[in-house]
Design a protein around this ligand. Structure first.
Ligand code: CTP
Length: 243
């Protein structure tokens, strides 16, 4: 798949000048970002997917690069241009994303999982287009691998691990449960039931859920928010290195 490599994001204004001179930044911080939905095939013409636009992950990837870090973006299908100077590996399915992440995460300092990965995939992919027959159709689905949940134990990742939690209720409690269950250092939580933020929107409002505290960031464009998130994540990485 070929994608334009030479724009940040067309839907957002240019970032302000980098506020830290490059030489003063943490040198050589390598960041893996997952983004977008996954696409789970049913037959040659159909698939299961979700409403993720990929904007949050792509904007974050661009913001990390803007702040002087190097980024590998692993993304399911989106309509977005890959931000300039971001290394990019496109994937379709949860299984493909799992394989790519497992190969690359070992050399990363920070891993940010912004993808909306399908939790279930069809048990088998039909080789031919499924034809209408009865009044109902039952698809058998099986669980996909939890990529973020595999990072610590299966992939042996020791860097700064950041997950996302897109919730419609009990935002903080659900995010904290994911933080513990998936051994994250930070979960960025957003309420996707709120109109105008989250999925498919240019704006977002998030809670930063850490093991010892929760912080609330005000609603902002995904663009502005991504710079605050980069600062928070890099500060967390520095703290982890120092402790
Ligand atoms: N995630 C992942 N692989 C999966 C599912 C989720 O890497 N198969 C990551 C997402 O990228 C996100 C975090 O896990 O960073 C939380 O995703 P979410 O779908 O909210 O979590 P689930 O564990 O699937 O919980 P739920 O039961 O709420 O769907």
């Amino acid at each position: 798949m070929s994608r334009s490599q030479n724009s940040f994001l067309p839907c957002v204004p240019p970032l302000p000048a980098c506020h830290i001179p490059p030489a003063a930044q943490t040198p050589g911080v390598k960041v893996l970002v997952t983004a977008g939905p996954t696409r789970e095939p049913i037959d040659p013409v159909r698939f299961l997917t979700n409403r993720s636009s990929g904007k949050m992950g792509y904007t974050l990837a661009g913001a990390f690069v803007h702040e002087g870090h190097s980024v590998l973006l692993v993304s399911g299908p989106t309509n977005l241009d890959v931000p300039e100077n971001v290394d990019f590996i496109p994937v379709e399915t949860a299984a493909e994303m799992h394989d790519v992440v497992s190969k690359h995460i070992g050399r990363m300092d920070i891993a940010v999982f912004a993808a909306a990965v399908a939790d279930y995939t069809p048990a088998s992919v039909q080789p031919q287009k499924i034809k209408k027959s009865g009044d109902t159709l039952t698809l058998e689905l099986v669980r996909t691998a939890d990529i973020l949940g595999s990072a610590r134990q299966s992939f042996g990742f020791r860097g700064t691990l950041v997950g996302f939690a897109a919730e419609t209720e009990n935002l903080e409690a659900n995010a904290r449960d994911k933080l513990v269950r998936k051994h994250c250092d930070l979960v960025i939580a957003n309420d996707v039931s709120q109109p105008g933020i989250g999925f498919d929107s240019d704006h977002n409002q998030v809670l930063l859920v850490y093991p010892d505290r929760t912080e609330s960031l005000p609603a902002a464009s995904k663009h502005e928010l991504s710079l605050q998130l980069v600062d928070a994540i890099v500060a967390l990485k520095k703290l982890m290195v120092e402790s």
